[in-house]
Design a protein around this ligand. Structure first.
Ligand code: AMP
Ligand code: MG
Length: 421
């Protein structure tokens, strides 16, 4: 077993712990203290590594660029000759085809972007600032000494760590690694996440709806969010509100996954038998988070698997996923540090109704007004069952605990959804 303290040990150290009114930030902190990232690694070809987390730092085996080279199309000369208006052109340097000789005083060579700066030169003048007549180049406007030269090692220095262990690889990182001639990387293994929906009223797509039944949308939302994170997903379907079926599915999930996500069954009316079940199978706390939407949230462990019990309301599922699960999964995937999602400021076009004492994540549409100032308009109905509000929105309007009602024109904080996942 791990050396980590148990969930209840962690909680008992907190004198301000209140499961019935858990601030968002405190819940995040509890969860973070309880996570143990994957440690197994695998080697992947570079092209397959996007979104994966480096298990070893990338150290540059070479200088990039390898040699001083020109940043412009123009003429290479020595800075001592900058006061000489006209110089003799004695050759050409192309990218990949260097000028072989040494450039002497009073001489210059024609040079292309990326070509090595030849022996005897240290400055490049842009073509547009020159006039050429036969073999003579005249400088219309001399550059500063050493201008327009990219120096060896300016981008990356041999022996230096270019990307640290714990980095989650983005397209620019993949290119950076390729520029070093490295074709394979050591990354942490994929995180395995199993998920299912709970509820007697839920029907899977492809079956007709009976009276009082609804289609299970949460599994699709969850699947899509998990896929964007790059984890290995196991969809365990819909499980009815039946203790035996739930127990069986949870046990099965904990045997194969690092993380189990469920939706539904954690609200006041339904949590009782889930509580008993999870007490039996692991250690789980049930919180009422001081937030809207997403108030009920269960968190802990089932066997060795991390467990998140998300509320069933379709918007709550997404909000709790974005606000708690995303960070936790990135941490479990080995990413260090997991950066907080940026909060940007915008002017809200409508008045906002908001209760102080909890964090609200209202859905908004962020747009630039004709003057280029960012404005946000709340999507109409903010009910947590209205999935359309999530689909219409492109940002969350994040209203902190202390904020109350706001008039139109108030400055608010927004979190852009694009790029969160
Ligand atoms: P619960 O958290 O189980 O009490 O569910 C809260 C609300 O969300 C109820 O109206 C449920 O019918 C609805 N709901 C629960 N699970 C899902 C799901 N997988 N897809 C769509 N709606 C759901
Ligand atoms: Mg339910």
């Amino acid at each position: 077993m791990s050396m980590q303290p148990s969930l209840n040990q962690l909680i008992s150290c907190q004198d301000d712990y209140d499961p019935n009114s858990m601030p968002v930030e405190q819940a995040r902190k509890f969860i973070r203290n309880f996570l143990n990232p994957v440690s197994a690694t695998e080697t992947l070809p570079l092209k397959a590594a996007r979104g994966r987390v480096l298990a070893a730092s990338i150290v540059s085996p070479l200088n990039v660029p390898g040699h001083d080279n020109s940043a412009m199309d123009g003429f290479a000369l020595h800075s001592r000759d900058l006061n000489t208006a006209s110089l003799k052109i004695v050759g050409t340097a192309y990218a990949g085809k260097p000028f072989p000789g040494t450039v002497k005083a009073g001489e210059c060579i024609r040079i292309m972007t990326g070509a090595l700066v030849p022996e005897g030169t240290d400055t490049v003048i842009m073509q547009e600032r020159t006039q050429v007549s036969g073999e003579i180049m005249t400088m219309l406007e001399p550059p500063a000494p050493q201008a327009n030269v990219r120096y060896a090692g300016e981008d990356l220095k041999a022996g230096h760590a270019v990307l640290e262990k714990g980095r989650r690889l983005r397209p620019a990182d993949i290119g950076l690694i390729a520029s070093l001639g490295i074709g394979e990387v050591l990354v942490y293994r994929k995180l395995k996440v199993a998920f299912f929906s709970t509820g007697d009223e839920l029907v899977s797509i492809g079956k007709p709806l009976g009276e009082g039944q609804i289609y299970d949308s949460n599994r699709y939302t969850l699947h899509s969010m998990l896929e964007s994170l790059g984890v290995e997903v196991t969809d365990m379907g819909v499980v009815p509100d039946d203790p035996q079926a739930l127990e069986q599915t949870l046990v099965q999930a904990s045997a194969q996954a690092d993380v189990i996500l469920t939706s539904g069954g954690v609200s006041v009316g339904e949590a009782d038998f889930m509580k008993q079940l999870l007490e039996k199978l692991g250690q789980v706390v049930f919180w009422k988070i001081a937030m809207k939407p997403g108030r009920p949230l269960a968190y802990g462990k089932v066997g060795e698997a991390h467990y998140f019990g998300l509320p069933g309301n379709p918007v709550s599922v997404m909000v709790t996923f974005y606000q708690f699960v995303r960070d936790a999964l990135l941490c479990l995937m080995g990413q260090t540090p997991v950066p907080a999602l940026p909060l940007l400021k915008a002017t809200c076009t409508e008045p906002i109704r908001k209760l102080a004492g909890r964090t609200e994540f209202q859905r908004g549409i962020l747009f630039a007004d004709p003057a280029g100032v960012w404005q946000v308009r709340p999507t109409g109905n903010q009910g947590s069952g209205i999935l359309r509000s999530m689909s219409e929105a492109n940002c969350f309007i994040v209203l902190d605990d202390h904020v109350g009602n706001l008039p139109a024109g108030a400055e608010v904080q927004v979190q852009v959804m694009e790029g969160i996942l």
